[in-house]
Design a protein around this ligand. Sequence first.
Ligand code: SF4
Length: 399
Amino acid sequence: MQEVSLYFHIPFCRRRCGYCDFNTFAGMNHYIPDYVKALCGEVEIVLSQAPEKLLAHTIFFGGGTPSLLQPEDFGRIFASVRRSVDVSGNAEITLEANPETVTRESITALYEVGFNRISFGMQSASGRDLHVLDRQHDNLSVLNAVQWSKQAGFKHINLDLIFGIPGQSLESWRQTLELASRLDIDHFSIYSLILEEGTRLKRWVDRGLLDNPDEDLAADMYEFTMDYLNQMGYQQYEISNWARSEEDQCRHNLQYWRYLSYLGFGAGAHGFWQDTRTENAGQILDYIRLAQNALQANFPAGPAVRQVNRLSLWDLLQENMMVSLRLTQEGVSNLELKERYQVNILEVLRIQIDKLLRQGLLESVEHENRLRLTRKGRLFGNRVFAEFVGNPNPNDLKN
Ligand code: SF4
């Protein structure tokens, strides 16, 4: 049986935060019932066409703000999933939630409907930062959300944090980490703010209303984070992710970083099945219109697909390097890639790998059988990943 991960995109938000460029929409919550129906249809159509028996071992609801759906909505979606595919007895089932959208009762109901991991967008403990980011919550709502989740029975709780916010100081970032780590949760996802084109925050910075984030300061914050969380007992296992122990790592995201198959459902959702990438229609109404037309589906593409992309073996290998090098402990295994692609990466990517080893951005471990980022490589990850984009195929790899 083939293990697979399922991703559900919930593109609704109460209002759009100033820094956000995700596929998400405000003011459309009245479409939620139709959207849930469309998701149920899509999942049943796609999974019923799978060429082999599948076992869902992780399910992830991301957004947007998935916590805007009612627990009964998730119950309906889970029923559709279980009608179409086996779900592992110990499947990790994650919900992304905004702290201001949950209550003690809703969190209990979410646990009872089947979620066992919950992830809150905390972002910062500073009211000033939250104001700059245009977020709707405060620290009290984060504290409550975490307490209620523990009381409901959630063993796996993640907080998302952001550093490199305009005007943020190292001391204020330290206070955020201190408060967050006092909440005694098992996982952190921590990202450097990126000013995305077309966002309100980018316009404010461009007009001089806010300072441009300082890249050197952001690098100091990242280094501080690595040391601080290490002291607090968290292990970094991915360039932006820390867990208390191996069993607390996010298994759904590990599926992405290990470059394994996942299917995406919902507006704008992406999927990856063996050598094929899919992307659904991004607009909510287009998605709802398309999602239940079984005649349009051709696994792994579902009825609402707008793009299907088959990758060559060479593209797969390069992308695999780029994605898996994000794993700061595991890195990439030469032996595993040899089994997957029938080539030795130390030969076909020798020039790129040697250069990164010389620059101290990569290190080889286990007698060259594994490559991973050094501490410096984590800071300059983008330089490392760029080495595995667009290299000419050495002809060792035939499709
Ligand atoms: S809540 Fe999240 S997805 Fe929604 S607008 Fe804010 S950052 Fe974007």
